[in-house]
Design a protein around this ligand. Sequence first.
Ligand SMILES: NC(=O)c1ccc[n+]([C@@H]2O[C@H](COP(=O)([O-])OP(=O)(O)OC[C@H]3O[C@@H](n4cnc5c(N)ncnc54)[C@H](O)[C@@H]3O)[C@@H](O)[C@H]2O)c1
Length: 263
Amino acid sequence: MVDMKDNVVIITGAAMGLGLATAKELAAKGASLVLVDYNEEALNAQVKSLKEQYPSIEILSIVADVSNEEAVKNYVNKTIDKFGKIDGFYNNAGIEGKQASITDYDLDVFKKVIDINLMGVYYGLRYVIPQMQKQNYGRIVNVASVGGIRGVLNQTPYVASKHAVAGMTKNAALEYGQYGILTNAIAPGAILTPMVAEAFKQVNPEDPAAAEKEYASNNPTRRLGQPEDVAKVVAFLISKDNGYVSGQVIAIDGGESNMYGNA
Ligand SMILES: NC(=O)c1ccc[n+]([C@@H]2O[C@H](COP(=O)([O-])OP(=O)(O)OC[C@H]3O[C@@H](n4cnc5c(N)ncnc54)[C@H](O)[C@@H]3O)[C@@H](O)[C@H]2O)c1
């Protein structure tokens, strides 16, 4: 197991799903964590249980909405005040929005998805990178989606925002590689988190389990991903073990995004 004891890592959207799974994976490796989420209750509950399970690691928890620029500045400043550095940044918080065609999409929901998924990721980069430049070291993992490399029916703002995350990732890698900052994005397929469970409810309100089963049957592995499948990839990309991978959008989807027709 890679030792991350001298690493300080910020995780946004840390109260559940992919953020929480990575928090657990990094806690097990001894990293100091800054956990950011706008769901205060869920965040407090998870911080409490992480502290119980890993009493020797340091955890700073911050309630913040990543679509609020001042709140982002604040979580970055608080991290620097407490730890003096930021080694890793898991820029993960995001929402899916609703399922609707382009012409029917609710404009307010559209703007909210863009505000959180695109602007939230951008604010994070804008305020974390200067600290990493000072250190001449940093590892950033932005969370895109298979919807950041392919179209997904009825999810236009999500797909647009995740393509934007993939684009920002490539630019960050180009602009800041010279400062020892490696930036990558992950593109998860369907990973069984609360967000995806909610999507199956929208697809088939009467029988979400049937929607889930049908979705999994189209994957080459015939299963959905688990949050831990993603956390292990992130843990590598965000650690010193990653020496030369940058500017990549890495699918974590059981191979599904390479499929054309039926497998
Ligand atoms: N689960 C999947 O299959 C999947 C696939 C592709 C991409 N993703 C992406 O992974 C990321 C995490 O998704 P998840 O499945 O874990 O979702 P989730 O809904 O299970 O968890 C997301 C967490 O982020 C927090 N959050 C949302 N908006 C926030 C905001 N504005 N400010 C602060 N915190 C906020 C939520 O409170 C929640 O704790 C998202 O960016 C999502 O788009 C997920």
